[in-house]
Design a protein around this ligand. Structure first.
Ligand code: AMP
Ligand code: ZN
Ligand code: FE
Ligand code: FE
Length: 285
């Protein structure tokens, strides 16, 4: 929902990143800002990790906001990167965490390779960026920060546009889950799968409806149509499909601290969405 449509006091920002992945703020700062904005709660959806959940629960309690456990899983479908949000998975589900461990390990080898590639033309090191960091999920934003520190770029966006995008000669891919496998795993782990930013500007085209249909057949529950990076002109087709497939529509900011222009609470979901999630998941709080 857009801020103007609904009262923020019933709003949850259910897609946020902390310094445990590639956000620049702590979980505590996120909870504090959620409270300051007058939102009811938030979900922490760090990339491929739930390591921040315990801190987030504590922070939510101290700032008197509500916490919904979440994660954003890196997946691929038809050769394209597709991010899958998942809420309320069982933190002890062996199979999903074995898969996520592999995804994070692959992120590390991939970053090593990209450092090698970039080092041919850029003189920089990741050392300082990682020294002060609590990340367990390395990503290109950390490379961006290292290149910014070395003086090559002014912000992450510039670094992505110049050298970190998928068509860049410096780019290497990661081993990730197939989107359909990830959807099934999330369901098996008692979670609710929601496809993230299906019409994001960083993609060449919106998620095809035929792909969405396969996601639905695998168990997809929701679709993040209200996201600051979704392209408005790509939305009508996806809205019609979401309606046809009975998907729940979610909204969220995809906050990354100062790493992106997305502001916390820019977009949010109504409490009713969070209540529906809580009715069916293994870890509702
Ligand atoms: P990776 O996990 O290595 O594939 O990097 C993807 C992450 O980079 C996502 O979380 C995005 O939010 C972030 N990202 C992608 N493009 C940009 C950009 N132009 N500016 C800042 N962050 C970006
Ligand atoms: Zn990110
Ligand atoms: Fe994403
Ligand atoms: Fe995200």
């Amino acid at each position: 929902m857009r801020v103007s449509d609904l009262g923020m006091s019933n709003g949850y920002d259910i897609h946020t990143h902390s310094s445990f992945s590639d956000g620049t703020t702590s979980v505590n700062e996120i909870a504090q800002e959620i409270s300051r904005l007058g939102l009811r709660g938030f979900s922490l959806t760090d990339h491929d990790t739930i390591v921040g959940w315990d801190n987030a629960r504590e922070a939510a309690e101290s700032f008197k906001v509500d916490f919904l456990p979440g994660i954003e899983i890196t997946t691929k479908f038809d050769g394209l990167s597709r991010h899958l949000l998942a809420y309320g998975i069982d933190a002890n589900h062996v199979e999903i965490f074995k898969a996520l461990d592999e995804v994070r390990a692959s992120r590390e080898t991939r970053i090593d390779r990209m450092v090698e590639n970039l080092s041919v033309d850029f003189s920089f090191t990741l050392e300082n960026i990682l020294k002060g960091s609590d990340t367990v999920s390395l990503g290109r934003p950390h490379l961006a920060d290292a290149l910014i520190e070395a003086g090559y770029f002014a912000n992450r966006s510039e670094a992505f546009d110049a050298v970190l995008h998928p068509d860049s000669p410096y780019y290497t891919t990661t081993t990730v889950l197939h989107t359909l496998d990830a959807i099934r795993l999330v369901r098996a782990a008692g979670g609710v799968p929601v496809i993230a930013h299906p019409a994001a500007t960083r993609q060449d085209a919106p998620l095809p409806v035929e792909s969405l249909q396969q996601f639905v057949e695998a168990g997809l529950w929701g679709i993040e149509l209200d996201h600051p990076e979704n392209r408005t002109e790509w939305l009508p087709g996806l809205e019609a499909a979401a309606n046809e497939f009975n998907l729940v529509v979610t909204g969220a900011s995809d906050f990354h601290g100062s790493g992106k222009s997305n502001r916390l609470g820019d977009r949010f979901s109504d409490v009713s969405v969070v209540e529906r999630i809580r009715e069916i998941v293994a870890t509702p709080f």
